[in-house]
Design a protein around this ligand. Structure first.
Ligand code: NAP
Length: 288
């Protein structure tokens, strides 16, 4: 048996088309397009690439995209003043402050300053708390996309054994909350977890969000499991180039898993599509 490869690019294209249709309806109803503003501080090259792709995808969905590029030496007070101005701007529905921020700026303080109604990353403590308590919330994009792919593979998740590896605020914890809300039986593993192989071997759903190349071995996987690889690790090749690889030993997992996401082309494309979806949701909620 070989796993069904979940095509994140195709799934993301379908979601982007759905969002674009929703945006067109929003324009008819409200006479303006939803607006997403991205703030980037400094010149981290990977962040610059992400921000550019987000801008292109936002415009392709028919929304208004704006980017504020601030120099690395921007003070925290200056960044907070910009966030306050964006909070007050009625044309801005979504605010995303690209992480990581330079070391002299406290990311938690900046995230907490964003209006929770415009927090399209879903990182604000109010949105995290709403998700944890089962209230409607803006949910972090990466775990949202993972849940969509898991649901499409498995249907009803009630009672399924789910393992999330990694407990970050942006992926692992919200992923565990979403799977719990979907009535899966959830284990949340991290760097102190004993017998990770044993946990993987029991799981019908594995979400790996760690950042360690091929941490999850193919022969750990329970036959037929749905394996979602969030990891994005850049590895050097002998010719001096680099390539992206995941947290799961993909080739080893392929003959055992029932479904698996490739890296690249799995979770990554869904993350941006979910950001557009969150921006439309935020615009609709603000306009209601
Ligand atoms: P993070 O904040 O560094 O968290 C990593 C988590 O992995 C931590 O909870 C850590 O445990 C756990 N961990 C580390 N080593 C472990 C081990 N040997 N066994 C079990 N758990 C271990 O990372 P993140 O921001 O969540 O991102 C995780 C990965 O996903 C990265 O590769 C990142 O690039 C990728 N990512 C991809 C997307 C996408 O759109 N595709 C989006 C976001 C992130 P402790 O808490 O105990 O330290």
């Amino acid at each position: 048996m070989s796993a069904i490869i979940i095509d994140g690019k195709a799934r993301a294209a379908a979601l982007r088309a759905e969002v674009a249709a929703g945006v067109a309806d929003f324009v008819v109803a409200h006479g303006r397009a939803p607006g997403l503003t991205v703030v980037i501080v400094g010149d981290d090259p990977a962040s610059a690439v992400y921000v550019r792709s987000k801008g292109i995808a936002t415009e392709a969905a028919g929304m208004v995209s704006a980017t504020h590029r601030l120099p690395a030496e921007t003070s925290q007070a200056e960044l907070l003043a910009l966030v306050a101005a964006l909070n007050a701007d009625p044309a801005v529905d979504g605010i995303l402050v690209q992480l990581p921020l330079p070391r002299h700026i406290d990311a938690d303080t900046v995230i907490a300053a964003i209006d929770p109604a415009k927090d399209v990353d879903g990182f604000h403590p109010v949105n995290a708390g709403r998700l944890a308590t089962g209230l409607p919330a803006l949910v972090p994009c990466t775990p949202s996309g993972c849940l969509m792919m898991i649901r499409e593979a498995l249907g009803d998740l009630s009672g399924k054994e789910a393992l999330v590896i990694g407990r970050s605020n942006i992926v692992g914890k919200p992923m565990a909350a979403l799977l719990t809300a979907a009535s899966a039986t959830v284990t949340l593993a991290h760097s102190r977890t004993r017998d990770l192989a044993g946990h993987v071997g029991r799981a019908e759903i594995v979400v790996a969000a760690v950042g360690v190349v091929h941490l999850v071995k193919g022969d750990w996987i329970r036959p037929g499991a749905c394996v979602i690889d969030v990891g994005m690790n850049r590895v050097a090749l002998p010719d001096g180039k680099t390539r992206l690889t995941g947290d799961v030993d993909y080739d080893g997992a392929l003959p055992r898993a029932g479904w698996i996401t490739p890296v690249p082309g799995g979770v990554g494309p869904m993350t941006i599509a979910c950001l557009l979806d969150n921006t439309l949701k935020a615009a609709k909620a603000r306009a209601a």
